[in-house]
Write a protein that binds this ligand. Structure first.
Ligand SMILES: [Zn+2]
Length: 284
């Protein structure tokens, strides 16, 4: 998961201006402009207070509902703007973000996600803070529901304001299979003093987006990409020097990726797992 920067009036325009620009070409929306703009104000307050999930739909009915929903298309102005803002962001921060979906950090973001779905919340169909780039898998797993019925908290992190790196929670365990190859499996493990609300939202996020399963499916590929780096870092070293070298590499990449990135959790396991050290000894 990646915390995402909130657009600071991209291109010098606020969401208010954005709506007006879209509405200029849709004269039938003029009669509800004041209502929509008051919804926009509520949305921005909710973003500032980290409570977008508590917003209730305004209740627009047809034909206004359809007119508002129709403002959004994948090539509407606001969609283009969010994409170009994202591209600019990933270009300047490329070492950190590698142009990955902020929800899973596995795939490229190839779609735009409505944080509050436009079916229920047509008033936010083109609100720039209601859109975030993500991958189609996360988009489809997230679906339309906003709140988890069991705990009343959002199904997914809102990466415009939730910080998934407040504490370390993603762990990898290593075992060695009958062919003497390492096997890895991910799990969530929260520190006892972690904020219980954020802990619940992170758990919801992982469950909703099937992230543990998806990380486990990818881990052999992830490890296969890392092993040549490990081999070159550890070449000619004893196990203690090798672990120091991996730890130094870990410290550098953690500063780029954050503490709960799936590759960082894997590296943490390589450094701490005695099972992996047995395997590493044979690599040296
Ligand atoms: Zn994703």
């Amino acid at each position: 998961m990646i915390s995402y920067p909130l657009y600071d009036s991209p291109e010098g325009r606020t969401p208010f201006d954005e709506y007006k620009n879209e509405a200029n070409g849709v004269p039938e929306l003029k009669p509800i402009e004041a209502e929509v703009l008051s919804c926009y104000k509520k949305y921005e307050d909710a973003v500032n207070n980290g409570i977008v999930h508590t917003l209730t739909p305004h209740g627009f009915v047809q034909p206004e509902k359809g007119n508002l929903q129709n403002l959004y298309s994948s090539d509407c102005d606001v969609a283009k703007k969010v994409r170009s803002s994202h591209n600019e962001f990933t270009r300047t921060e490329r070492r950190i973000y590698h142009n990955k979906c902020p929800y899973c950090v596995l795939s490229e973001p190839n779609t735009l996600e409505h944080i509050l779905p436009k079916g229920k919340y047509p008033e936010y169909a083109v609100h720039v803070y209601n859109l975030i780039p993500c991958c189609s898998k996360c988009n489809s797993h997230k679906g339309e529901a906003i709140l988890n019925k069991n705990n009343g908290l959002p199904h997914t992190l809102n990466l415009y304001y939730h910080d998934p790196d407040k504490f370390e929670f993603l762990q990898v365990e290593c075992s060695i299979d009958s062919n003497n190859q390492p096997l890895f499996s991910y799990k969530l493990n929260f520190p006892s003093n972690a904020d219980p609300i954020l802990t619940t939202i992170i758990t919801n996020h992982f469950n909703r987006l099937h992230l543990i399963e998806r990380y486990n499916e990818e881990v052999i590929k992830t490890y296969t990409a890392i092993e040549p780096i490990i081999k070159s870092l550890c070449s000619g070293k004893n196990i203690s020097e090798a672990l120091d070298a991996i730890s130094n590499y870990f410290a550098t990449v953690t500063s780029y990726y954050g503490i709960n990135h799936h590759e960082i959790a894997l590296l943490r396991c390589l450094i701490s797992s005695s099972q992996y050290h047995t395997y590493l000894n044979r690599l040296l």
